[in-house]
Design a protein around this ligand. Structure first.
Ligand code: CDP
Length: 234
């Protein structure tokens, strides 16, 4: 399915089609939690980080330099991608594993700092909002992409816990991983994502904090569902 242009006035907070925005730092578990919350509610799911990763991969393949903001923004506007379950295609080729490498994640973080790249991906992200609702995860879902989201969660965990989770995730996929390097990358990525001038990683005032350092995935999912239930009946 190619993305079509969404309505410019998407009612993110509409009770018929609510949005749950889950933002947070690298490897906080927000992707897993967001997917399970979407599944439990029968909602659609947007992994916005995958779009930045796809763009980083496409740039490498199309020979567009990570220093070329204009070229990257043009590439973003014409990105030929398709999501289906947990698989994702770029230019007709499955790239689910290719976009999960640390290299691609670091590239995504670099190009995500460009305002024109972020603007070029806005419509694509908003097009994921359809009835009966959407769970979107990323860095700026609550602050920029879906500011009217019914529930905004800032999901985090300590850098050490996040490095450990990312390490296990890569080992499970049979990928090479070094725990010290991962911890170093996570700290560097946190710093870059928080320091950038456009859509920096930060908890917005109307988001509720969820620290998952000592929570299991199931406990974190239950907590998000409980908070959603509270705001939905208001
Ligand atoms: O899995 P991880 O949290 O490491 O990364 P991701 O969510 O797949 O996103 C990869 C990179 O894209 C992040 O380091 C961010 O720099 C960027 N990103 C962003 O700027 N805004 C978003 N909404 C999502 C991701």
């Amino acid at each position: 399915m190619m993305m079509t242009n969404p309505s410019p006035l998407t009612p993110h907070a509409s009770p018929e089609s609510p949005v749950i925005a889950i933002d947070g730092p690298s490897a906080s578990g927000k992707g897993t939690v967001a997917q399970l919350v979407a599944q439990a509610l029968g909602f659609h799911y947007l992994d916005s980080g995958a779009l930045y990763r796809l763009l980083a991969l496409a740039a490498g393949r199309h020979g567009v330099s990570f220093d070329d903001e204009e070229g990257l923004a043009r590439l973003a506007e014409g990105l030929a991608i398709r999501f289906e379950g947990s698989e994702v295609w770029l230019d007709g080729e499955p790239v689910g594993d290719a976009i999960r490498t640390e290299e691609c994640g670091n590239g995504a973080s670099r190009i995500a700092a460009y305002p024109r790249v972020r603007a070029a991906l806005l419509d694509l992200q908003r097009a994921f909002h359809k009835a009966p609702g959407l769970v979107a995860d990323g860095r700026d879902m609550g602050s920029v992409v879906f500011p009217g989201a019914m529930l905004k969660i800032f999901l985090t965990a300590s850098a050490e816990v996040r490095a450990d989770r990312r390490y296990k995730q890569l080992m499970e996929k049979g990928m090479h991983a070094n725990i010290n390097q991962i911890l170093h990358d996570i700290r560097q990525r946190d710093e870059r994502d928080s320091a950038r001038s456009v859509a920096p990683l930060q908890k917005c005032a109307d988001a509720s904090l969820l620290d998952t350092s000592s929570l299991t995935i199931v406990e974190a999912v239950d907590e998000v569902l409980a908070r959603f239930k509270q705001v939905r009946v208001r």
